[in-house]
Design a protein around this ligand. Structure first.
Ligand SMILES: NC(=O)c1ccc[n+]([C@@H]2O[C@H](COP(=O)([O-])OP(=O)(O)OC[C@H]3O[C@@H](n4cnc5c(N)ncnc54)[C@H](OP(=O)(O)O)[C@@H]3O)[C@@H](O)[C@H]2O)c1
Ligand SMILES: [Zn+2]
Length: 334
């Protein structure tokens, strides 16, 4: 099969021929139909996630069809439409798993990091990492929902929000452009925060009520002028930019971080004390959460805006993502 892999930390995305992998016990082979390029794939490309063994095939926004199942797999069968996201499986036996908290499994695996992901014609995943894909969703448009979608949908639906609350979304990229749509569909007043005005019209089309150009306006002042945000969902992978938001959180509000940056953020304790503001984070979720995301998206017609590339052109496609040129998610098709 054809696959695209990173040969070593910091190496290029290289097109290679590999044997089609066979599913072991408890595993499922997926014939990949589409795979989104998430900013978190930079972890694999740059080698900034602990414990990656190279060469590694990235990709954790995967949709496809079950093509073969290993011994002991009863919940999936050949021909089923499925998706695979960041959560790449769990052990069922650690304390967290026994408490049903699979995301925090002590032995959790990550798709495209612990094992080869979806930049390929086929991939193999643990059966518990697989989600059912509704027939109503196309493979290419559904792929980004398996990470960008679930992360923003799940973060927002678990936040302390009521219809009409002001929700700010910082960074209108793969995650952000879906967050604007979900927040709007949840009945929130939505402010999109972006560097420049390029995305202003698109943000309004996606459901944003306000657009704040953070290069022209202090985002905290602009949000306070709107009454302060109940939730600011930070998706921009830059800690300095996230630190500029803390003053925009309203009373009892939360700076909710999904951007996976390594640098510390700065926040004033006084700002947290006055107004009982908080700072928190959110990981993507489990395949159950993915199924909820997919079902909700099918129900409401929410879909990512995508640019489709051939698998062989993964390097160019990745560059569009990393250079902030994609509107808004690049999807690879084998
Ligand atoms: N928590 C989780 O489970 C989870 C899941 C998926 C991804 N992530 C993380 O979430 C972040 C966003 O991922 P993505 O796939 O949405 O990325 P993306 O498509 O590249 O979008 C990120 C957006 O952030 C803004 N941005 C980029 N660089 C910036 C900088 N240096 N300073 C300020 N703003 C910047 C840009 O928006 P504007 O042009 O509008 O400013 C850009 O479109 C990444 O850190 C990724 O690793 C976390
Ligand atoms: Zn991702």
């Amino acid at each position: 099969m054809k696959a695209v892999q990173v040969e070593e930390a910091g190496g290029a995305l290289t097109v290679v021929e590999k044997p089609i992998p066979d599913p072991g016990a408890g595993e499922v082979r997926v014939a990949v139909r589409a795979c989104g390029i998430c900013h978190s794939d930079a972890f694999v490309k740059d080698g900034t996630y602990p414990g990656i063994q190279y060469p590694r095939v990235p990709g954790h926004e995967v949709t496809g069809v079950v093509d073969a199942v290993g011994d002991g797999v009863t919940q999936w069968s050949e021909g089923q439409r499925v998706g695979v996201g960041w959560h790449g499986g769990h052990c069922f036996t650690c304390d967290a798993c026994r408490a049903g908290d699979f995301v925090n499994c002590a032995n959790a695996k990550v798709t495209g990091i612990s094992f080869d992901g979806g930049y390929a014609e086929y991939m193999v995943a643990p059966a518990e990492a697989v989600a059912a894909l509704p027939d109503a969703l196309a493979f290419d448009e559904a792929a980004p929902l398996l990470c960008a979608g679930i992360t923003t949908y799940n973060a927002l639906r678990n936040a302390d929000l009521s219809p009409g609350d002001l929700v700010a979304v910082q960074g209108i990229g793969g995650l952000g452009h879906l967050a604007v749509q979900y927040a709007s569909m949840f009945g929130m007043e939505v402010a999109a925060l972006s560097r420049g005005t390029d995305k202003e019209e698109l943000a309004h089309e996606l459901g944003a009520d306000h657009f704040i150009d953070t290069t022209a306006h202090d985002p905290s002042e602009a949000l306070q002028a709107l009454g302060g945000a109940r939730v600011i969902l930070a998706t921009a992978p830059n800690s300095k930019a996230i630190s500029q938001l803390t003053g925009g959180v309203g009373r009892d509000g939360t700076l909710l971080i999904v951007a996976a940056t390594g640098e510390p953020i700065e926040v004033s304790p006084m700002a947290l004390i006055q107004g009982r503001r908080s700072v928190s984070g959110w990981p993507s979720g489990t395949p159950d959460d993915s199924e909820d995301t997919l079902d909700f998206s099918a129900l409401t017609g929410i879909a990512p805006e995508i640019e489709v590339y051939d698998l062989e052109d993964a390097a160019d496609a990745y560059d569009r993502m990393i250079n902030n040129e994609a509107r808004f998610r690049v999807v690879l098709q084998p």
